[in-house]
Design a protein around this ligand. Structure first.
Ligand code: GDD
Ligand code: MN
Length: 377
């Protein structure tokens, strides 16, 4: 067994104080971990840092692999979360779990070059900025395996929006690689939404005074192993961030999304209901039941794409399981929906009003349970 990389168990090296925590959010990154810890050691030397692997119960056994590494390397620690998901919340978990005065967040898939870590740390220690950000768009940066011709345009638009949102000038507000004093990060945590993966943007937008950003050009590499968990709907993240910072306190972003999707579901519901009632000439109860099922499937699909895009169920099996789960948790809500609507309609209430009343009863139930049991894992 290779013990050469671990700090001396006699404590000879423990004189080097802990300075930096490198937070690695992971979802199915098993094979990437050991080589990454080696690269971090190459960049930072043998001591003064720790790696915090925050794994959301990956199916490929990432947490076990992390524990295997940690067994012989005291600088590596593992936080395994069960029943929770999300890159942003994993980073927050890391901020709160370290004693190191500085913390960095980086991808575990080798897209982010650890060689920047000492440069970022030195810059922060020298007071060159409040936060160090590795940028894919800064002067001197490069991107391997992600050659989009519209890159400049896209980054220009993103830049302008981010400036509005955060009051800071930066070329890559969606970067997943940055470093800041741990205390600053923790102080901002209560203001963060924790949704999605726009954690850097969220941090910058939550600061009371605009942060001074020190950028580092990043040579963005191709992923070493496995596949990406995020999509590139950057515009959506900006809109969500914008909403979060303006109306988010009033109505939480996630709830607003769920409500919007629900409202669209009402349109689907009404369309299907009127179709069954007037085209196929079936009874109201039948129409209402068919409409509930259609709207439910539509809502599941759209919520999976929008509301829970940071926890999106992917692959036929997972989506099917999620759909069944969504239908089951909604079954009681759906039953109440049909019952309430039928009752009201039989009492002479106009069919549209009766159906709407059913929908309100059903949706409250849906939100409460589905966020916990379908996308919460
Ligand atoms: N714990 C946890 N939970 N980790 C996650 C989750 C999650 O739900 N989703 C993704 N991760 C981990 C991945 O395992 C990886 O280490 C890191 O977060 C980034 O995920 P990737 O799937 O590699 O993201 P990407 O390469 O497509 O996206 C990159 O670019 C984005 C901007 O375009 C990342 O750098 C993002 O941080 C960045 O915002
Ligand atoms: Mn990646």
């Amino acid at each position: 067994m290779d013990m050469t990389r671990s700090p001396d168990p006699s404590g000879a090296e423990s004189t080097q104080q802990l300075e930096l925590a490198i937070i690695l959010p992971t979802l199915n990154e098993r094979g990437n971990l050991a080589p990454l810890v080696e690269r971090i050691e190459d960049a930072l030397g043998s001591g003064g840092w720790e790696v915090l692997i925050v794994d959301d119960n990956s199916a490929d056994g990432t947490a076990d692999e992390a524990r295997r590494i940690a067994l012989t390397d005291g600088r590596v620690r593992v936080i395994q979360r069960i029943g929770r998901r999300g890159l942003a919340s994993a980073a927050i978990e890391g901020f709160c779990a370290t004693a190191a005065p500085f913390c960095a967040v980086m991808d575990a898939d080798h897209q982010h070059d650890p060689a920047l870590l000492p440069l970022m740390l030195n810059a922060l220690k020298a007071g060159e900025g409040d936060i160090a950000v590795a940028s894919r768009f800064a002067e001197g940066a490069s991107m391997e395996g992600w050659g989009r011709p519209d890159r400049e345009k896209l980054s220009g638009a993103a830049n302008a929006l981010a400036r509005k949102l955060t009051g800071v000038e930066l070329t890559d507000p969606m970067s997943g690689y940055f470093m800041l004093p741990s205390e600053t990060a923790r102080a901002l945590v209560p203001k963060l939404s924790g949704i999605g993966f726009k954690i850097l943007l969220d941090l910058l937008a939550s600061a009371e005074r605009p942060m001074k950003v020190r950028e580092f050009p990043l040579n963005f590499s191709a992923r070493r192993e496995g596949e990406s968990k995020l999509d590139r709907a950057i515009a959506f993240d900006f809109l969500a961030g914008l909403y979060d910072k303006t109306f988010g306190k009033l109505i939480p972003t996630r709830f607003a999304l769920f409500g919007t999707v629900g409202a669209m579901g009402v349109i689907v519901h009404m369309a299907v209901l009127s179709l069954v009632l007037f085209w196929f000439d079936k009874a109201f109860t039948v129409g209402q039941a068919v409409a509930v099922l259609s709207a439910m499937s539509f809502n599941f699909w759209l919520n999976n794409w929008l509301t829970y895009r940071d926890q999106r169920l992917k692959g036929t099996a997972a989506v099917l399981k999620g759909w069944v789960g969504f239908c089951l948790t909604c079954a009681v809500g759906g039953f109440a929906n049909v019952a309430v609507a039928t009752l009201l309609e039989s009492r002479g209430l106009y069919w549209v009003i009766a159906a709407l009343a059913g929908i309100v009863v059903g949706s409250v139930w849906n939100y409460a349970l589905s966020s916990r049991f379908v996308w919460g894992r």
